[in-house]
Structure formats: structure tokens, C-alpha cells
Design a protein around this ligand. Structure first.
Ligand code: MRU
Length: 353
């Protein structure tokens, strides 16, 4: 199976439903869900059926379009009031990835700007905007692949954490995009080490699955094996994704990423963050101000075990993300080019205005 043919998130052909690949079932089952109700879209994002910062942005954009399509409001004011409520509801599903609020805000702005249109045309305009968000995501990921591949040499070993592949985006991925681009260009001898990514195993279930499907030389390691793997000289470069990048280059990504960055610095391995501009939050100055999602303790104690494996009543911390200090980052691979320190200046140069 070519992983790039998987449709992570899209609107159904009849325009009536959000279609997602249910990532909680992978790799055992490739099953698509068709969602129409706001509650079901919220649940799919919250439960990580659709996940990865860009993919949840696209899902939320279609969610807002469906709220509009299903609305019985007779005028733009009524429709806008319903859309504001739907936006707040979907936005509360997950707090860390800025793509969610970015996509919802873009949809609402589109509705505000088009409020003079008759209601049916306003709805059609929102559908086009959600489609544009999805199409742009694919183009942005391809551009990130184009820049990122310039960092790779034949035979390189790449370590990645969590899943920032085609499953985390509309297609192609961010951190895995340079690897897919390399494959397309005939560089077939790359080696990829996937951290399993406790507790939700996005590396083991998703990254290993999609890279193996693509025919990439893929090795799964437990998170606590990254240091030993690096010490053996197997890793030439780290590529990770991100959920929110601050103006100064601090960034949030899946829990465990900051540890990988510290290890990479220790072993002198370049550490690159693949970041679409929709993930850069110029409104947040530094990592301390990023909201970090706290998830249920059961994800740690029982989710992937046949029997609960920790004592009942034990205290559990389950932050879904951590913040990596910008001083540990070699560069940010964006759709417009690679940003090197000082990152605030580099971001402003790549994304003026
Ligand atoms: O909790 P998840 O699985 O949504 O976390 C995903 C990540 O941390 C990804 O690395 C990030 O969203 C970038 S996806 C291109």
C-alpha cells in the first residue's frame, strides 16, 4: 500500500460529511469514518482518531463548514452566531496545536468577510475555504519535503519522534516529507529510527506503519533507546514535527521531543523541526506560554495493555506535549525555506507581515 494514497482527512464526495481515517485502529485496521455531527467531530479530534496538528486543522475547517451547511439560519447574522458557537466548541477539543484555532479563525474570518452574500453562496464560499486549507496543507508539506531533502545524504540515518507523516496532515507529512521526497528522487537507502512514543504509541503504530508501507528501511525503538542508538553512530540527523512554534523558536511537540533534542545536542547530531507556517504562533513569545494538554491517566496505565499494568490509585502525570528550548534547534524547515538562528529574525524574513 502506498501511504500517500491514504486519505487522512477529507470532505465526502457529496459534501455532507467529514471523512477521516480512524488512526486509533492502525496498524491493524484501515477504516474510514464518516462524521456529520459536531459532537462526533469533536470526539474524533479529542480521541485522536484524527490527529497531528495540520490534520486536526483541516478536520476542524470541514467541521465548521458542515455546521454552516446544516444551519437553518435565514440570514448571515444568524449563521455567523451559529458558526461562532461551533468554532468555540471545536476549538476546545485540544489546546496545544495552534493549527486548530488557526483554521477555525480563518473559516470564521471568511464568513465575516462574505456576510453580504446570500446565505447559500456564503455556505459555498466556506466549503471552498475548507478545501483550500486542505489543498494548501498538501502543497506546504511538499515544499517542506523539498527543503528538507537538501539536508539528507545517501545512507543517512534519521531519527523521528511521534508521527508527523502523511497521517498527521492532509498528505505527505512534515517531518516525513523529506524522506518521501528523497524516495521520489531515487534516494532509497535512508534508514529511519522511529521512537515508539509512549504513551499513545504514534511512532510504533503510525510512523512505523506508513514508512514500512512506503518501503523505507524502518527500525522501531523504545523511547529510552534513542540515546544508545545515537551513541552507536546510527543517527545522522533528527527530523520532528511541531504543534506550536513561538516567535523565539521555542516549540511544543509530542511529549518526549525535548529529551530527543537534548540527546541530539549531547551527541552533536543536527536537530531539525519541520514546521508549516500555520504552526508558527507569532502571538506567543516563548514556550512557557504554550498551553499543554493533559490527558487521562488511563492512557498511561491501561490503554495498550491486555490488563492494567500499574497499581490502582497510583498518581499519573500525562502531559501530551513538551516544550523544546530554541537553543537546541539546528533549524526549522518551513515551506518557504530553512530558518536558522536567531529564529525571530529568520521567521520575520521568511514570513514578512
Ligand atoms: O497528539 P498527537 O498525535 O496529535 O501529536 C502529534 C504531534 O506531536 C506531531 O508531531 C505534530 O502534531 C506535528 S504533525 C505534522
Amino acid at each position: 500500500m502506498n501511504p500517500l494514497e491514504l486519505k487522512t482527512v477529507a470532505l465526502s464526495a457529496d459534501g455532507q460529511a467529514l471523512e477521516i481515517l480512524d488512526q486509533t485502529l492502525l496498524p491493524a485496521q484501515v477504516k474510514y469514518l464518516s462524521l456529520t455531527r459536531q459532537e462526533d467531530i469533536f470526539e474524533a479530534i479529542r480521541a485522536l482518531r484524527v490527529r497531528g496538528a495540520p490534520a486536526i486543522g483541516v478536520a476542524a475547517a470541514y467541521g465548521l463548514y458542515l455546521a454552516a451547511a446544516q444551519s437553518r439560519a435565514q440570514d448571515a447574522d444568524g449563521l455567523l452566531a451559529e458558526l461562532r458557537a461551533a468554532k468555540d466548541y471545536l476549538n476546545s477539543s485540544r489546546p496545544t496545536a495552534v493549527n486548530l484555532s488557526w483554521a477555525l479563525e480563518r473559516m470564521l474570518r471568511t464568513a465575516r468577510e462574505a456576510r453580504a452574500l446570500p446565505v447559500p453562496e456564503l455556505k459555498a464560499r466556506l466549503r471552498r475555504e475548507a478545501d483550500a486549507i486542505r489543498e494548501e496543507d498538501i502543497a506546504v508539506c511538499r515544499a517542506i519535503g523539498g527543503w528538507g531533502v537538501s539536508l539528507l545524504r545517501p545512507g543517512d540515518g534519521i531519527l523521528t519522534h511521534c508521527n508527523a507523516g502523511t497521517l498527521a496532515t492532509a498528505q505527505y507529512g512534515t517531518a516525513l516529507a523529506p524522506i518521501y521526497t528523497a524516495l521520489e528522487r531515487g534516494m532509497t537507502d535512508l534508514r529511519v529510527y522511529c521512537d515508539e512514543t509512549r504513551p499513545l504509541l504514534q511512532g510504533a503504530r503510525l510512523t512505523a506503519f506508513e514508512l514500512q508501507c512506503a518501503g523505507v528501511d524502518t527500525t522501531l525503538i523504545c523511547d529510552n533507546m534513542a540515546s544508545a542508538t545515537m551513541a552507536k553512530g546510527k543517527v545522522d540527523l533528527v527530523f520532528v514535527g511541531c504543534d506550536r512554534v513561538c516567535a523565539n523558536g521555542d516549540f511544543a511537540n509530542k511529549i518526549g521531543t525535548s529529551g530527543v533534542a537534548i540527546l541530539a545536542r549531547h551527541y552533536g547530531i543536527p536537530f531539525y523541526v519541520c514546521a508549516p507556517s500555520s504552526t508558527i504562533d507569532f502571538g506567543v513569545g516563548c514556550g512557557a506560554d504554550i498551553p499543554i494538554e493533559e490527558r487521562p491517566p488511563e492512557e498511561v496505565t491501561e490503554l495498550w495493555y491486555a490488563h492494567r499494568m500499574a497499581p490502582e490509585g497510583v498518581k499519573v502525570d500525562n502531559p501530551a506535549f513538551d516544550v523544546t528550548d530554541h537553543t537546541l534547534v539546528t533549524g526549522f524547515v518551513t515551506e518557504k525555506g530553512i530558518a536558522y538562528p536567531p529564529f525571530d529574525q529568520a521567521f520575520r524574513a521568511l514570513f514578512p507581515g
